[in-house]
Design a protein around this ligand. Structure first.
Ligand SMILES: Cc1cc2nc3c(=O)[nH]c(=O)nc-3n(C[C@H](O)[C@H](O)[C@H](O)COP(=O)(O)OP(=O)(O)OC[C@H]3O[C@@H](n4cnc5c(N)ncnc54)[C@H](O)[C@@H]3O)c2cc1C
Ligand code: SF4
Length: 474
């Protein structure tokens, strides 16, 4: 570690030398070599009614793709994966497989050692994406146009499926780059070497999708105009707002939004230039909190403490993610709720927290306080839907009244139709969104199929589109 001045309120760049920094941000799950993939694929029982497949939100035919790898056909395996999930490459890197497919794998249940489904998926999809070819062809042009707003996993998945079905898609995003949180949010050590951008290029290579970045709904685009100009609209807006801590001192610049900080980190070309505190506190119990804490440590923070207001078992971060945090030197402290950020003119010296306890499932404050010294405080306590440009309202459901909301997000039906005709939505911005990449991809896919059906394309074209869908894996 480089020499550094031991001062209070110490937020500084270049805490670590390039080698240590590179090690901290290296691929968290290095890819399998060919022989490792063959050995691992041999462990699969190719179960009938495979539980792993049922646990996958995008219903990837997992036994089939593993068998294709086993028989020496990784490209065929990749096509099997991408047919169900066009962002199968990113999902192989970021899915919490330990709580999805691998949790229910019969080898996990029997031996506590699941087939490494995520790594096998990555093995196959990497091979195909590296070839620089797009595996699917577009169906005959339908003449229909669709506006997809938001180029995150939901929007990309929707746009790709619509383009494949022969529609022309304009994909809008407010940010300078497409990819959504794949580009701006996922921890750097999960998506290394510019994979998010490579995957966007791969998705767009289907053709028929025009990407327009720097175009925000509510600022440059208006829903009514989009509805008038396009045959259908899909909203994949994600969650742009952040919850407030409600702690004293928060408004005086004492704490920072972890998601915004991670976005900055993901866009920083030279990580040694990103300042980090010597002592960092992250408030939250989910994946974002773990990612912020682990990356602060990897940047060279000496003490990183993750504080969560409930018990360990209530944390949204999986047990596996908690283990990653701990093995990388993050202290996890539970039953602590921030009361005051100790800050003077934006210069932070610590956080005062109050101990909590659960009584009959309810959280109670105990009155006992604890102070943790810190130079930098990040809040990662959940995001909120902002919905600029939409005439929103809880309970509004009829035409002309705007889009109906439910629990602060867009209400949709099973096909991801909103209350407003001609408008679909999916991903984090919808009610019941699971805030997982793979679920957003599935939402986009379901919405695209529903839009396709609603557009009532001529029967001949529909049949050809259906043939194209059936032939995607040929
Ligand atoms: C820090 C962090 C780490 C995460 N890590 C994981 C992980 O490891 N594994 C996992 O499965 N999930 C993870 N998630 C959750 C996952 O990233 C999201 O569930 C997923 O990205 C949702 O996709 P989306 O398309 O709905 O939204 P987003 O990815 O947020 O994309 C929404 C897009 O819409 C654009 N947009 C927003 N408003 C407008 C507007 N008004 N006009 C035009 N464009 C607009 C945005 O710029 C963005 O590109 C993480 C989330 C965060 C915050
Ligand atoms: S549950 Fe496990 S063993 Fe069975 S098909 Fe899925 S990966 Fe293979």
């Amino acid at each position: 570690m480089r020499e550094h001045r031991p001062i209070r309120g110490d937020v500084a760049p270049a805490r670590l030398g390039p080698d240590v920094l590179a090690k901290g941000f290296a691929d968290i799950h290095p890819p399998l070599e060919r022989h490792e993939a063959l050995v691992e694929s041999d462990r699969c029982y190719f179960c009938y009614d495979a539980p792993c497949m049922q646990a996958c939100p995008t219903s990837i035919d997992i036994p089939l793709f593993i068998r294709e790898i086993q028989s020496g056909n990784p490209i065929g395996a990749a096509k099997t994966i991408l047919e169900s999930n066009i962002l199968g490459g990113m999902c192989a890197r970021v899915c919490p497989t330990e709580t999805l497919c691998e949790e229910v794998c019969v080898r996990e249940v029997a031996e506590g050692k699941p087939v490494k489904i995520g790594l096998l998926q990555r093995f196959a999809t990497d091979r195909l994406i590296e070839r620089g070819e797009h595996p699917f062809e577009r169906a005959a042009a339908t003449g229909k146009t669709i506006a997809v707003v938001g180029a995150g996993p939901a929007g990309l998945s929707c746009a790709h499926r619509l383009a494949m079905l022969g529609h022309d898609v304009t994909l809008f995003d407010a940010r300078p780059k497409a990819g959504g949180l794949n580009e701006y949010g996922i921890a750097a050590y999960k998506a290394t070497n510019g994979f998010a951008q490579a995957e966007v290029d791969f998705v767009l290579a289907i053709g028929g999708i025009t990407l327009q970045t720097g175009r925000a709904l509510g600022r440059d685009l208006h829903l009514e105009t989009l509805r008038a100009d396009y045959d259908a609209v899909f909203l994949g807006l994600g969650l742009a707002g952040v919850n407030a801590l409600g702690a004293e001192g928060e408004a005086s610049g004492g704490s920072h939004d972890a998601v915004a900080w991670i976005a900055e980190l993901r866009q920083t070309l030279d990580l040694s230039q990103l300042p980090v505190g010597r002592r960092v506190v992250v408030v939250g119990g989910g994946m974002t909190a773990v990612d912020a804490a682990v990356q602060a440590k990897a940047l060279g923070a000496e003490e990183v403490t993750l504080v969560y207001r409930r018990g360990r078992e209530a944390m949204n971060a999986s047990r596996y993610e908690q283990e990653i945090a701990q093995t990388r030197g993050v202290h996890i402290r539970c039953n602590l709720q921030p009361r005051r950020i100790l800050a003077d003119g934006g210069h932070v010296s610590g956080v005062e927290l109050e101990r909590t306890r659960s009584v009959d499932g309810r959280l109670e404050l105990t009155g006992e306080t604890v102070t943790i010294e810190a130079d930098q405080v990040f809040k990662a306590i959940g995001q909120t839907f902002l919905g600029e440009g939409l005439a929103l309202g809880e309970g509004l459901a009829s035409e002309g009244q705007g889009i109906a909301m439910e629990r602060g997000r867009i209400r949709v039906d099973a096909e991801r139709r909103t209350s407003l005709s001609g408008v679909w939505a999916g991903g984090d911005c919808i009610a019941d969104g699971s805030d997982l990449t793979v679920v957003a991809v599935e939402d986009g896919k379901l919405a695209a199929m529903s839009i396709h059906e609603a557009l009532g394309v001529a029967p001949g074209l529909l049949a050809r589109a259906a043939d194209a869908v059936a032939g995607w894996v040929r």
